[in-house]
Design a protein around this ligand. Sequence first.
Ligand code: PEP
Length: 247
Amino acid sequence: TPGVRPLIAGNWKMHGTLAEATALAAGVAAGAAGKAELLVCPPFPHLVPVGEALRGKAVALGAQDCHAAAKGAHTGDVAAPMLKDLGAAYVILGHSERRADHGESDAAVKAKAGAALAAGLVPVVCVGESEAQRVSGEAEAVVAGQLAGSLPEGFAAAGGVVAYEPVWAIGTGRTPTEADIAAMHARIRAELEKAFGEAGRTLRILYGGSVKPGNAKGILALAHVDGALVGGASLKAEDFLGIAAAV
Ligand code: PEP
């Protein structure tokens, strides 16, 4: 999108030792260059040491989830203000693995995104259809419904990010055709403009699902694709930087 700085975000999921995480962060930081903003999202226990490894570097820090409450009796959960306090700038919310593993509904994702905004974090809200929904022609309607249900008030003013991640493309090595990605991103743009007016025109819409250095250039060149959310390929600095270099 013209005038929008692309974002290349790494979702490290539940991978890596502390030593591996800090080495990966250092590797990404050492190679950070180019047009795109870079973001890495390590598992919770690695956030602080990775943040230290990134200090003064051109790589932002994000988390993979937060609770909808700012504090309280929620054993095992992590609050958005805690993430802000340790130096995170972003938080991924509503990833399909959390929607599946933890039964997160659109309403739950919206509440979490609201908490993130209140804490001064930029939410990266994930949406995407299942394979059955793609096959039956419902993909755009499903995603439009997820957007309507998952994005809180204030999302656009804070520069919130949407990540389109077809569930069947995550970790599978399969991607939609470039035409299908472009069509979905155009639909998401239309939904963002409908919801937020002018501000919706410049919100970043990331594509996620089996992005690799080899397919990044074609995907990142598509209209309304303002970056990528990268899982598997974000675990190797060389691959992640290779994707960023394709912007
Ligand atoms: C993800 O889960 O956010 C993702 C895009 O994973 P992968 O790149 O491994 O498909």
